[in-house]
Design a protein around this ligand. Structure first.
Ligand code: ATP
Ligand code: MG
Length: 273
């Protein structure tokens, strides 16, 4: 790593971006004969909002699945805060402070908003079951602390009115918000969002954009998000990495990537739903 990686800088918008938090180095991921990711490197800096864009099938979700330990790449390495990561299971990565949401909502549909968000606290539940049985004090303290964090998130996301509603009954936009709440319950340092605004109308997208910016601003959470809506990407991200057929074809500020002819060809010329 050179010095630039350790330094902070201030963006033209006046945002302070910290040193490199995560370094993705020469990752190649294959599924049988399919090369989903081919020799991709990029970094994510502390405090930034980093977008990952590209056409369908470009390898964006696969990349998030590599970052959160769900897929194990055949080649390359991941450095988190300077340390090379071994093959880790998703729960171990959660313990490192990385949380995510999914392209297809993954909530417990029959459970309430409150209970779904509560499941996001699992990495913070320290008292093992036998201890909970023997020593109520610790488990009780933990329960109270978990509830406080969850209540704060419910306030923050303005979802008090639906706290008891089974999430399966909520409109899609609100389900996406609850899923964000569950990821936030882990109090992540790095939050990975796979198409947090897919299928939303303009108003819902505006709300979600605001929540993402507020999470970044108020909690200092670093965010990496996949998004197809270029307007949203331009509005909220500090830097953008562009994938196409498993390769990286662009990396830079939003202004830089939209001026990149290869990006225009591969991505901006095609329409997405
Ligand atoms: N578990 C898997 N098994 C086999 N192939 C996979 C698997 N996951 C992804 N792929 C393949 O890897 C490639 C990249 O898929 P990926 O889902 O990462 O793309 P994406 O950029 O997220 O696309 P989209 O915009 O449609 O969500 C595709 O060719 C896909 O079919
Ligand atoms: Mg995807």
């Amino acid at each position: 790593m050179n010095d630039m990686n350790h330094d902070s800088y201030v963006t033209p918008d006046g945002r302070t971006i910290g040193p490199v938090m995560m370094e993705v180095q020469n990752i190649t991921l294959r599924f049988g004969g399919v090369v989903a990711i081919k020799d991709i490197s990029f970094d994510i800096r502390e405090g930034e909002i980093r977008a990952i864009i590209g056409p369908n099938g470009a390898g964006k979700s696969s990349m998030l699945n590599v970052i959160n330990g769900f897929y194990h790449p055949q080649e390359g390495g991941i450095y988190f805060r300077g340390e090379k990561r071994g093959p880790m299971k998703p729960y171990q990565i959660a313990q490192q402070g990385i949380a995510r949401t999914f392209q297809n909502i993954a909530l417990f549909k029959g459970m309430s908003t409150l209970d779904n968000i509560m499941t996001g606290r699992f990495t913070h539940m320290k008292a093992p079951v036998w201890k909970q049985a023997l020593w109520h004090g610790e488990a009780e303290r933990e329960e109270i602390e978990n509830r406080e964090v969850v209540e704060k998130i419910i306030d923050f996301l303005e979802i008090q009115a639906i706290r008891k509603t089974p999430v399966g009954r909520l409109p899609y936009g609100l389900q996406k918000r609850v899923e964000l709440g569950r990821a936030l319950a882990a109090e992540p340092k790095l939050l990975l969002l796979d198409e947090p605004m897919a299928g939303m109308n303009v108003e819902e997208k505006e709300d979600m954009s605001r929540f993402i910016l507020d999470v970044n601003d108020e909690f200092g959470t670093t965010i990496a998000l996949i998004e197809h809506d270029m307007g949203v990407v331009m509005d909220i991200s500090d830097r953008v990495v562009v994938l196409d057929y498993g390769r990286k074809i662009g990396d830079g500020t939003p202004a830089e990537v939209i001026a990149n002819p290869e990006v225009i060809d591969a991505y901006l010329g095609v329409s997405h739903d």
